[in-house]
Design a protein around this ligand. Structure first.
Ligand code: AMP
Length: 597
């Protein structure tokens, strides 16, 4: 089995003490470890790590690892040493890792700038081998065919490994999921379950679960995506990931939780429900990740997030480790960061996608009546089999276009708000598998997909939506194409669109320039859009001159030593809302790419 090469050295290395456990009960998804054996550990010591360390030293003292391969002590160690891989499972391995991971254009991807600020920031890594993540993680990185870390991973992994809190402005597509999953899981494997296992086994039986790590995500799509990634990196470990989200059968989710839950991915509303039903206790949750924090606040989840993090039994900041990810860093997110994070490191990661040279953006003038025939020409030009995402304005429009394409002999499907979750997942499956390589959608598709071609059949009126949409192509260094149909109806987006094209060194049609010029003169008080004038989603507001905090430290990469001032700063002038910096952009992201596709 070629896939198993990820753990290739494992069998030999462990042979000295009898090889890996072969008990099916230790498969990550097959069941749990033997309780009587776990109880042995739980009788010892007070703190979770203390107990774990003391047990290991007992084993070493008695020579369990050294030579007594089959001694009782060695048996105990194998069963409960969370740092050792469990038995492989070929079927599961195939399920988790068979999807190919091709076409990563790291040469381009590496140019994405990263700026780290905060006190004593640990140095970034260049390779996954530069930091000790243990056998299980390294095996799963190999199986996932991740050859090198993405920019956000290079910085976030050592920060999280050194137990620092993190606020990262990075977008989906940057590799941010693995950036937090790898170091968090690696620490859980090294440190073992600690008190969480005792609580789960002891006082409450299996009915209430005590996850060691919680990942909050705004939508079920994102939650599922994170869960899928977590399953990969929890393969051959004793960590059982679970996912809960609204709009799905809660009974089934509860039954799944009851089989064990060490890492929970959840949408806020459903998690509160689970907590109120006594199914989840956060008493031992030592790692909290808040993903797409800005989107969560936009969706009105703040009360639920605060209920989960501040008004229940979760260990306080400083005790737990907290990581927040957000594409932007407006005032509301800064307040959340202040309340949830302790002396954090701020990471600004250059935007992936929109301004990257990996995407060729084309804007063409197409009258409403010509759109359909133009679309057919485009589809024929790119080939019927390349994954193409077509955005339209209305649900009705989506149905009509799907119908039209179907009648014209194209295998296509659609996703929009009137379709049930099941239908949407089915449509996505058909699309991803290539059975229906054309997907017609109404709004930004939040699924983790990388398509060859994004077509804005109808342009959105909001430039942020445009950026999100085209970010579905050219992901993780793949090359992508985005074509937008423009006509009189889209005049409100003219100026922002022009800015985006100029920034990304794209071909700018002369008619668009003239239109933008006219538009600007009509509303003469509107200057150049600040919103997308740079490569970063945001900067660390603590670095703002005149803020009263960190004023002397404005250095760039991995800058550290701001003197420990971790306050929120003094008043309004310290907060820069949604600030975008153009500096790095021009140095890192501006390359000519016209005509490459
Ligand atoms: P994310 O930004 O977490 O949504 O990740 C985007 C995609 O990049 C996912 O499909 C990941 O599996 C993939 N990915 C993440 N890290 C790496 C890496 N180091 N090498 C190759 N692919 C990666």
């Amino acid at each position: 089995n070629g896939l198993s090469s990820g753990f290739g050295n494992y069998e030999n290395k462990e042979a000295g003490w009898g090889g890996p456990p072969r008990d099916a009960a230790y498969n990550s998804f097959g069941g749990r470890s033997d309780r009587s054996k776990s109880a042995f550990f739980n009788d010892r010591g007070a703190g979770s790590r203390g107990r774990w360390v003391s047990l290991r030293s007992v084993i070493y003292e008695r020579g369990g690892f050294a030579g007594g391969g089959n001694s009782r002590w060695a048996e105990e160690s194998r069963d409960d040493d969370w740092s050792k891989p469990t038995a492989p499972n070929e079927r599961l391995e195939h399920e988790l890792f068979s999807a190919s991971n091709t076409g990563i254009n790291f040469e381009k991807y590496d140019d994405i700038p990263v700026e780290a600020t905060g006190s004593s920031c640990p140095p970034h890594i260049e390779s996954f081998h530069d930091v000790e993540m243990g056998e299980i993680i390294m095996g799963n990185i190999n199986l996932s065919r991740y050859t090198r870390p993405t920019p956000v991973q290079k910085y976030a992994i050592p920060i999280i490994k050194s137990k620092r809190d993190l606020m990262a402005c990075a977008q989906t597509g940057s590799g941010k999921t693995a950036a937090f999953l790898l170091p968090v899981l690696s620490q859980i494997y090294t440190e073992g379950p600690g008190d969480a296992l005792q609580a789960e086994n002891g006082r409450y039986g299996r009915r209430k679960q005590y996850p060691i790590s919680l990942v909050l995500a705004p939508t079920r799509e994102l939650a599922l995506q994170i869960y899928d990634e977590a399953r990969k990196f929890a393969y051959r470990s004793r960590v059982r990931p679970c996912v809960v989200y609204g709009g799905a059968d809660i009974g089934q989710q509860i039954r799944d939780l009851e089989r064990g839950c060490h890492l929970l991915v959840a949408t806020p509303g459903r998690l509160v429900d689970m907590m109120e039903r006594g199914k989840i206790g956060l008493d031992y949750c030592h790692y909290l990740v808040v993903d797409e924090a800005d989107r969560m606040l936009d969706m009105g989840f703040e009360p639920q997030i605060r209920r989960i993090v501040e008004q229940d039994t979760m260990p306080p900041k400083g005790i737990r480790r907290t990581m927040m990810f957000s594409a932007t860093f407006p005032k509301e997110i800064q307040i959340l960061a202040r309340d949830f994070l302790e002396d954090y490191i701020f990471l600004a990661v250059g935007r992936v996608g929109s301004t990257s040279e990996n995407i060729t953006q084309k804007v063409v003038w197409v009258e409403e009546t010509d759109k359909r025939s133009f679309l057919l020409d485009l589809l024929n030009a790119t080939g019927k089999d390349s994954l193409t995402l077509v955005f339209v304005e209305t649900k009705k429009g989506a149905d009509a276009l799907e119908d039209f394409l179907y009648r014209e002999g194209y295998a296509c499907t659609s996703i929009h708000g009137d379709r049930s979750q099941r239908d949407r997942e089915e449509a996505l499956h058909q699309f991803r598998s290539g059975r229906c390589p054309i997907l017609v959608a109404t709004a930004n598709v939040k699924y983790n997909i990388n398509v060859k071609h994004v077509i804005n059949f109808d342009l959105p009126s909001d430039i942020e939506e445009y950026v999100h949409r085209i970010g579905r192509t050219g992901r993780v260094g793949n090359l992508g194409l985005a074509t937008s149909f423009f006509n009189d109806k889209n005049s409100n987006i003219t100026k922002d669109l022009l800015d985006i094209l100029v920034e990304a060194k794209q071909e700018v049609p002369s008619w668009l320039e003239s239109l933008a010029y006219e538009h600007q003169h009509k509303s003469n008080n509107r200057g150049r859009s600040k919103r997308f004038s740079g490569g970063f989603g945001a900067r660390d507001y603590r670095q703002t001159p005149g803020s009263g905090s960190f004023s002397n430290n404005r250095s760039g990469r991995s800058a550290g030593g701001h003197g420990g001032n971790r306050g929120f700063g003094g008043g309004k002038q310290t907060i820069r809302t949604g600030v975008f910096c153009s500096f790095f952009f021009f140095f890192f992201n501006c390359y000519e790419n016209y005509g490459r596709m």
